[in-house]
Ligand binder design. Structure first.
Ligand SMILES: Cc1cc2nc3c(=O)[nH]c(=O)nc-3n(C[C@H](O)[C@H](O)[C@H](O)COP(=O)(O)O)c2cc1C
Length: 343
């Protein structure tokens, strides 16, 4: 049987899970612009895997995925082994390649429920959840931090590795640090060394503040890691995973290219989600695509929209203005050249 964590070529370039960001739409777009080796769903409570709620009875939006996204890992959270066991069977039925358990989310309202990063303080339950997640026969991994409120890599990573997991991703900060402070790559390297010393067949991945494909490779080589998951790096460069050295990077793209990428996102989001997911979530992507745009009014105009049709009309009008700056009185500032104009 295939095992994504054993079979992927090293170093593994993975897209980290990000709630309200890495849904099926953004994952498909990222894959189209430069394929990561593996992607994750946003985290979903194990109870919602087995008893979905909301506007799409039968399947939570967080579990919607398409075959082109494979290999894809479903990330779950919660603290009930019975739910994990049932969720693992369902995730297998749904065609996921592996299951990841979130033991890193530091958000107080979640960790106060005894889940996610709170499991760092409850290693016995952590092991029970890992065992339960294996019920469906999929590979099981854990994404966590190097400690709760102090660095405790040796004990915590050692414990997880002895629980028999297929992969371990460490964000090189403690839970209480959230996203503050430096990422301690030496600690992530320590976990990789522990895995090797134990003879554990566990892939060890690092995570935190990685901003380029090149950095993934240098971190893996320097710290002896199997791979890296990149999260916010794709906000600065959605083409980060593109391996083609001759491809134009996001930074070199014209305003027109960026607005076209945004238009692609709006169109796919509308096609996939329609009224089943909140339109307002899309607005965080406006910031991503339009960073550095010479015309700031477009983002303001888009932020004033509350539905797809209005957003599409703002984008359409922006392109129309650029095509004919003289006819489009009042929008001449938008008429700067595109890559297409230059060719
Ligand atoms: C908006 C946002 C949502 C996130 N949601 C999740 C999540 O659902 N599951 C998870 O394990 N981590 C989540 N994270 C944490 C990231 O996966 C990652 O560990 C963290 O951002 C550090 O990596 P980075 O510096 O490459 O972004 C989220 C982070 C952000 C910024």
């Amino acid at each position: 049987m295939t095992n994504v964590w054993r079979d992927l070529p090293r170093p593994i370039h993975g897209l980290a899970p990000m709630e309200d960001v890495t849904d099926t739409v953004f994952r498909r777009l990222i894959i189209g612009w430069g394929r990561p080796d593996v992607v994750f769903t946003e985290f979903i409570h194990a109870g919602l895997v087995i008893e979905p709620r909301g506007k799409r009875p039968g399947l939570s939006p967080r579990l919607v995925h398409s075959p082109i996204e494979r290999p894809i890992v479903a990330q779950i959270w919660g603290n009930d082994p019975e739910q994990y066991a049932r969720a693992s069977l369902r995730l297998r039925e749904l065609g996921f390649d592996a299951i990841d358990i979130n033991m890193g989310c530091p958000v107080p309202k979640i960790r106060n429920r005894g889940a996610c990063s709170a499991l760092i303080r409850n290693p016995t339950l952590a092991s029970e959840l890992i065992d339960a997640a294996k019920t469906g026969g999929l590979p099981v991994s854990v994404k966590t931090r190097i400690g709760f409120d102090r660095v405790e890599t040796e004990e915590w990573a050692g414990h997880l590795l002895s629980s028999g997991i297929d992969a371990l991703t460490l964000h090189g900060r403690t839970a209480t640090q959230e996203s503050e402070g430096p990422v301690l790559w030496e600690e992530i390297a320590r976990a990789a060394r522990i895995a090797r010393t134990m003879g554990a067949a566990t892939a060890v991945l690092g995570n935190g503040d990685v901003m380029s494909r090149h950095e993934i490779d240098t971190r893996c080589a320097r710290y002896g890691l199997d791979g890296v998951l990149v999260g916010r790096g794709v906000f600065a460069d959605p083409l980060l995973f593109n391996a083609d050295p001759s491809a134009r990077g996001f930074r070199d793209m014209t305003d027109g290219d960026r607005v076209a990428m945004l238009g692609e996102h709006v169109a796919l989001y509308r096609e996939v989600w329609g009224s089943t997911r909140n339109y307002e979530i899309l607005k965080k992507f406006y910031k991503i695509y339009l960073q550095g745009l010479s015309d700031p009014t477009l983002r303001d105009d888009l932020n004033r929209t509350h539905d797809y049709a209005s957003a599409e009309s703002v984008i359409g009008e922006w392109f129309a203005c650029r095509r004919d700056a003289t006819r489009a009185t009042g929008c001449a500032t938008r008429a700067e050249p595109t890559a297409a104009d230059a060719r």
